[in-house]
Design a protein. Structure first.
Length: 128
């Protein structure tokens, strides 16, 4: 998949956000695009340069779809939830069946989530 195809994917995902918001509410729209799509996109960006290249554009579109307050409020709930998952995974580190995700993977996910939080909550996005 090249960057152009990746762009089509995230644009399509963002295009349905207004419908989700109207039909199911703000929380459902935020869960869909941030908790599901953006977090998975960030995880793909670690291994695939075409995802990394498109990441800032995807973030900018999400920032356009929601107010700063909506994003901050959502992340205030999401981040502790993921961190709690990490704590649970660490507690059961020897249990390979726990959630199917290693404590290291949870830690990496928390790091990506911290980056997502930074770029979504930043007052202005810079350019380079």
């Amino acid at each position: 998949m090249d960057a152009g195809q990746v762009r089509l994917v995230w644009k399509a995902q963002c295009a349905v956000v207004p419908s989700i918001r109207q039909r199911f509410g703000l929380q459902a729209a935020l869960d869909y695009i941030i908790s599901e799509k953006l977090l998975n996109f960030a995880e793909s960006a670690v291994s695939y340069p075409e995802f990394a290249h498109e990441f800032p554009l995807f973030v900018a579109e999400i920032r356009r779809l929601f107010t700063a307050v909506e994003l901050i409020d959502h992340l205030a709930v999401l981040v502790p939830s993921v961190e709690a998952e990490l704590a649970d995974a660490a507690e059961f580190e020897d249990d390979n069946e726990f959630d199917g995700i290693s404590p290291q993977d949870h830690a990496a996910r928390c790091e990506r989530l911290a980056l997502i939080r930074q770029v979504l909550e930043a007052e202005h996005l810079g350019t380079s």
